[in-house]
Design a binder for this molecule. Structure first.
Ligand SMILES: Cc1cc2nc3c(=O)[nH]c(=O)nc-3n(C[C@H](O)[C@H](O)[C@H](O)COP(=O)(O)OP(=O)(O)OC[C@H]3O[C@@H](n4cnc5c(N)ncnc54)[C@H](O)[C@@H]3O)c2cc1C
Length: 420
C-alpha cells in the first residue's frame, strides 16, 4: 500500500452507535474506513436502550448525598441498584472515584463537559438521517419526570439548579397537567416536570443499522471479526489482530464500548471503566401509547413507545462484564410500569440486558491515547451513549483530520483518574 493510501485509512473498532457515527463521519471527511465488530452493527448495548436523545443532559450519576440512598436501594430486590457482592473488591477503585466525582466543587465542570457533548445531538441525528427514508426514527418530544410524591420532583434541588444555570428549558407541571400530556399515566402522579426540546428514537437498534447501512453505502467496509489485540507496528501505524486476520492502518479509533478497557489494558494503558448493566422489558401489545420519554423518578426507569411496543428500561447492576444476566432485574419493570400506566397489558414481553460503559464521572473518554500517536478513543458514554454518539464522532473526526475543534478536550481525557 502506498504511504498516501495508508495515511488515509482508518480502522474503527466496535460498531455500536458510537463506532457507527464515527465511521460515517470519517467517511464523509474522505477517509477510507473499515469498521470492525464481532457482531452485526448496533446489536450490543446500542440495541436495547431507552431511546432518549437528551441534548440537555448535564447531570452526572454521582451526586452529593447519593450514598445515603444506596443502602435502601440495595436492600430492595425491586430497587434501581444491585451489586454482586463477590464483585465489590474488583470495582472498589472505580467506586471511590465515583463518589469523589460527586463532590459539589467538581460538578459544574462535569456538567459543562456533558452539555458540550450532548447539546448538538438531536440536530445532528436529524441531519444524519436525512435522505435515508428513515427520518421518522426520531421524534421531537418532552422528557417528562413524574413522581407519586407531591414533593418528589423538587426543582429547588441541586440537580435542577445545575440545569437552570445552563439554560435547560424545563418547567414544573402538576400531576393533572402530566396526565393531560400523557393520558395513560396513573392518577397517582402528584408532581412532575418537563424538559423541552428533547428527542427520542422509536427504535435504537434500527437507528444504528440505518446509519451503518448509510456508511456502507458511502464506501465504509464492514469486517465481522473479533479483535484480540492492537499493537503498534514499525510503519508508524497499528496492527489490529482479529480472528479473521490482521488489519493495519496509520489511524485507529477505539469505540468498543465497555470492552474498550480490556483492549487498552493489553497495551499497558489503564482506564477506569465499569459495566453498569441495565435491563429492559418490551411490552409487545401494551394497550397504551406514549408521546414522550417518561422517567419514573420514584423507581428510576424510563418508558417510551417504540416500534416494537412500549419499552421500559433502566436499573444499574454491577457484576462485571461477563456475569450472566439476572432477568429478575428486568421483570421488576412489570410491577413498576403497571403502577405508572394502569391500563398496561403486561402479558407478552421481551427482556434484555446491556452494559453501559461507565466512567466514574459520567463524562465519556474522547481523545488520543497518550504515548500512542493516532490511536484515538471514543467510549465510556454510560447512560448517554445514544445521545452523545454524533458529537463524539465530530470530535474524533476533527482529531483524526488534525482540524481545530474549539473545544477543551481535557475533561474527556482517559488518564484523568490516573495517579501520577
Ligand atoms: C438499560 C439502558 C438504557 C439506556 N438508555 C439510554 C437512553 O435512553 N439514551 C442514551 O443516550 N443512552 C442510553 N443508554 C446508554 C447507551 O445505550 C450506551 O451508552 C451506548 O449504547 C454505548 O454505545 P457504544 O457504541 O459505546 O457501545 P456498544 O453499543 O456496546 O458497542 C460496542 C461494540 O463493540 C463491539 N466489540 C467489543 N469488543 C470487541 C472485540 N474484541 N472485537 C470485536 N468487536 C468488539 C461490540 O460487539 C459492540 O457492538 C442506555 C443503556 C442501557 C443499558
Amino acid at each position: 500500500m502506498t504511504d498516501d493510501k495508508q495515511n488515509n485509512k482508518v480502522l474503527v473498532l466496535g460498531a455500536g452507535i458510537v463506532g457507527i457515527c464515527n465511521a460515517l463521519a470519517l467517511r464523509e471527511k474522505g477517509f477510507e474506513v473499515t469498521l470492525i465488530d464481532k457482531n452485526e452493527p448496533s446489536d450490543a448495548t446500542s440495541y436495547g436502550n431507552a431511546g432518549v436523545i437528551s441534548p440537555w443532559a448535564c447531570i452526572p450519576q454521582s451526586m452529593p448525598g447519593l450514598w445515603k440512598k444506596v443502602p435502601k436501594w440495595l436492600l430492595d430486590p425491586s430497587g434501581p441498584l444491585s451489586i454482586r457482592w463477590s464483585y465489590l473488591p474488583q470495582m472498589a477503585p472505580w467506586l471511590v472515584e465515583f463518589l469523589k466525582s460527586g463532590h459539589p466543587k467538581r460538578l459544574p465542570a462535569i456538567s459543562d463537559a456533558m452539555l458540550t457533548l450532548n447539546r448538538p445531538n438531536l440536530d445532528l441525528y436529524k441531519q444524519l438521517l436525512q435522505g435515508t427514508g428513515a427520518e421518522d426514527l426520531i421524534k421531537d418530544c418532552y422528557y417528562l419526570y413524574v413522581s407519586r410524591n407531591p414533593s418528589g420532583i423538587n426543582l429547588t434541588s441541586l440537580e435542577w439548579k445545575l440545569r437552570k444555570e445552563r439554560g435547560v428549558p424545563f418547567e414544573q407541571i402538576s400531576g393533572n397537567e402530566a396526565k393531560d400530556l400523557e393520558p395513560d399515566l396513573s392518577p397517582d402522579i402528584q408532581s412532575a416536570a418537563i424538559i423541552k426540546s428533547q428527542g427520542r428514537t422509536v427504535n435504537p437498534g434500527r437507528l444504528g443499522k440505518v446509519l451503518a447501512a448509510k456508511a456502507m453505502g458511502l464506501g465504509v467496509s464492514f469486517l465481522k471479526a473479533e479483535i484480540t489485540k492492537i499493537t503498534p507496528n514499525d510503519r508508524n501505524g497499528y496492527d489490529v489482530l482479529t480472528d479473521q486476520g490482521t488489519q493495519n492502518a496509520n489511524s485507529v479509533v477505539l469505540t468498543a464500548g465497555v470492552w474498550s478497557a480490556n483492549l487498552l489494558k493489553k497495551l499497558g494503558v489503564r482506564v477506569s471503566l465499569e459495566a453498569e448493566r441495565g435491563y429492559h422489558l418490551v411490552f409487545k401489545d401494551p394497550g397504551v401509547t406514549l408521546t414522550n420519554s417518561i422517567l419514573d423518578s420514584d423507581n428510576k426507569f424510563v418508558s417510551s413507545s417504540m416500534e416494537m411496543g412500549m419499552r421500559s428500561a433502566g436499573t444499574a447492576e454491577f457484576a462485571g462484564i461477563d456475569a450472566p444476566p439476572d432477568y429478575r432485574r428486568a421483570q421488576v419493570f412489570k410491577k413498576h410500569a403497571k403502577s405508572l400506566f394502569p391500563k398496561l397489558n403486561t402479558d407478552s414481553v421481551d427482556e434484555w440486558m446491556g452494559r453501559r460503559p461507565s466512567p466514574p464521572d459520567s463524562v465519556p473518554y474522547i481523545g488520543e491515547v497518550p504515548g500512542f500517536p493516532r490511536l484515538f478513543y471514543g467510549f465510556g458514554h454510560g447512560h448517554l451513549g445514544l445521545t452523545g454518539a454524533p458529537m463524539t464522532a465530530r470530535m474524533i473526526t476533527a482529531l483524526v483530520s488534525n482540524e481545530p475543534l474549539n473545544i477543551d478536550m481535557t475533561p474527556y481525557r482517559l488518564d484523568r483518574f490516573n495517579k501520577p
